[in-house]
Design a protein around this ligand. Structure first.
Ligand code: MG
Ligand code: MG
Length: 628
């Protein structure tokens, strides 16, 4: 599989774009006319620059309003085409994209359009060039790839072919199986884009909201499987018009784009084994059986406060690392590692971000395979020197530069606790009945949401749920969940648009994205609340007004409402069941713990977020105050 991306997808000037595209590993680039026009070099120099970056120009675009023009305009349209051909030859590309005519002057008629393309094909052939015809979803007469294909078929010229663009086909819900009967040699290139499902004008949707395959809601894989069935083995080229991408980091967007294509190729390979639209073989997405541990990086002066909070939550201090200043806390299946060591990555992370949950360990079937897949998808492998007798745990870098470790049942990895830690005997708090990690919540800048959504879903066997808006008194947080069917991995990602929100404050003060809260699961939230009280845990106080409203909203028994209120427990319900939530106050720069009980409920209590945020904010130091 050869990969390409249109310059229009990225920010910066042409040189910046090409640099990012080359570094991300693409083979080719579509040159958008405007990117060339605003650049100061000649077509020849631009062509040389592209090749110096090791890239091929996959096509030049767009050439608009060509086919079906009335006689008076037809000659001028062909003259225009000849001038583009001159430019293409100087630049060194042989393919131009002609998109279907949107001009009110266009006459329509398949045969008229076919005749125009036949003539254009003759002119192109004289120069050794090719013309690809694309049906825009909002074309005046041609807005369906099936009609565009009919015109190409009737034009009957070897230098005239079809360009398929997943957005134009899928946005109009055109049956993708109609692609299967198109001869592969007549498909000159495949353009790919996804998009979130939004009911709006097609042109506006396309120009502002396209995103990378896998980031949106369109069935791009179905489209690709149909393309693969034709035997097509040419370029897959991303053409992404997205306001956020064009204002973002070209490097990051290019990396996401390349990852989306590699992931798509992998999915096509699994659906259509004979397909050649894949870059490399890689292990399947890892099934995560659970979060094996969460590790905090902290220093000795701050550790007592965190450890006090963990003890009040019922965590027992069970073991100490044999050679490092690292302690293991346990409750149920939950492991919390408190790393106070002054060497290694944790310490470096602490120096940059302050105390934070910088790493998580995921239990999978095959830890090496998980890392192998992640690296094939462009993730960064993480390794640090290990001491004698210590285990090198397979790992990659994750959100905010944090670390994701992988554990499995292999001889070495399954015994890492016993090998590296020695039990300690200490007085323990009352067990609060916390069983496992229900979800890990990461806060990040809004622009990063799609990046990490694609990262998790491409590497791990997970799915995304629809984006939800959470109202913070200081702004909107966009929340997106990645989870697996078993519920053994749930990651909630909160994208903050400004630093005034609780999530925004956390990112600003900890110098980067990361885990902002951890939710533990209990089977009996009331019993847990009582045990917590015995340990001296002080829950986050929720406004009494919340409970009056709750009773009315859900028709709860007053006795239940009273119990919820006594323990500061929040409540929600969906069609599957009930949900109970209990929070700790914030620790440090906005980190907190949550305890949940699910009785069939599948969500995350989004409706309660505004009450939780309002209560948490009272505990934060006033904005602008120096760090203690
Ligand atoms: Mg297109
Ligand atoms: Mg939560």
């Amino acid at each position: 599989m050869k990969t390409s991306i249109a310059t229009v997808s990225l920010s910066g000037d042409l040189r910046d774009k090409l640099d990012a595209i080359a570094k991300a590993g693409f083979d080719g680039v579509e040159i958008f006319e405007n990117d060339f026009l605003v650049f100061d070099e000649s077509p020849r120099q631009v062509g040389r620059m592209v090749r110096d970056f090791g890239l091929e120009i996959t096509l030049f675009q767009p050439f608009r309003d060509f086919e079906g023009m009335p006689d008076g305009l037809r000659t001028r349209t062909f003259d225009r085409a000849e001038r583009k051909f001159d430019l293409m030859q100087e630049m060194g590309t042989d393919l131009v994209l002609v998109c279907s005519n949107v001009s009110p002057a266009a006459l329509g008629g398949l045969d008229r359009a076919a005749a125009d393309f036949h003539d254009l094909g003759e002119r192109a052939a004289r120069r050794g060039l090719r013309v690809g015809y694309e049906a825009l979803a909002w074309g005046r007469h041609i807005n369906d790839h099936r009609d565009a294909w009919e015109i190409v078929r009737r034009a009957d010229h070897p230098n005239i072919g079809l360009i398929l663009d997943s957005f134009h086909t899928l946005s109009r819900k055109i049956d993708v199986n109609s692609i299967r009967s198109i001869p592969k040699e007549k498909i000159f290139i495949i353009q790919l884009a996804d998009a979130p499902l939004i009911d709006m004008d097609l042109l506006y949707w396309s120009r502002h909201f396209r995103n990378m395959p896998g980031e949106g809601d369109l069935p791009v894989l179905d489209f690709m499987n149909a393309v693969a069935a034709t035997g097509y083995d040419g370029y897959l080229s991303l053409e992404i018009f997205n306001d956020q991408f064009r204002g973002g980091s070209a490097t990051a967007i290019a990396v996401d784009g390349r990852r989306s294509l590699v992931y798509l190729g992998d999915q096509v390979k699994r659906a259509v084994p004979e397909s050649r639209l894949t870059t490399k073989d890689m292990p399947a997405r890892s099934q995560v059986k659970g979060v094996a541990f969460i590790e905090f990086a902290i220093d000795e002066t701050e550790a007592p406060q965190l450890e006090g909070l963990l003890r009040s939550l019922g965590f027992a201090r069970t073991a100490r690392h044999r050679t490092k200043n690292v302690v293991r806390y346990r409750q149920g299946d939950i492991n919390i590692v408190v790393n106070m060591d002054e060497r290694g990555f944790a310490s470096a992370s602490y120096l940059v971000h302050g105390a934070s949950a910088y790493a998580m360990g995921l239990m999978v079937d095959d830890a090496q395979a998980a890392v192998e897949r992640a690296v094939a998808l462009g993730a960064e492998r993480f390794e640090q020197p290990v001491g004698p007798g210590e285990t090198q745990m397979p790992a990659i870098r994750g959100v905010g530069g944090g670390v994701i470790y992988f554990l499995d049942g292999s001889a070495e990895l399954s015994q890492v606790w016993e090998i590296e830690f020695a039990a300690i005997d200490a007085s323990q708090p009352v067990d609060a009945g916390l069983k496992s990690i229900d979800h890990v919540a990461q806060s990040m800048r809004y622009e990063e949401l799609l990046t990490w959504l694609l990262f998790y879903t491409a590497i791990l066997d997970t799915r995304k749920t629809p984006m939800v808006d959470i109202i913070d008194p200081s702004g909107v947080i966009r929340s997106q969940v990645v989870e697996n069917t078993e519920g053994s991995l749930r990651i909630t990602m909160n994208g903050a648009e400004n630093r005034n929100t609780l999530a925004g404050h956390f990112i600003a003060e900890t110098f980067g994205s990361g885990i902002q809260h951890l939710a533990f699961a209990t089977d009996d939230i009331f019993k847990t609340a009582e045990a917590l009280a015995k340990n001296g845990f002080v829950p986050l106080a929720i406004s009494p007004n919340y409970y009056d409203d709750l009773e009315a909203r859900f028709g709860l028994e007053p006795a239940l409402t009273e119990r919820l209120k006594t323990h500061n427990i929040l409540y929600d319900r969906d069609e599957h069941g009930d949900y109970f939530q209990l929070y700790s106050p914030t620790y440090g720069e906005g980190f907190f713990f949550e305890i949940v009980e699910r009785r069939g409920y599948r969500g995350y209590g989004a409706a309660n977020a505004i009450f939780r945020i309002a209560a948490l904010r009272k505990h934060l130091r006033p904005a602008g105050m120096p760090r203690a």
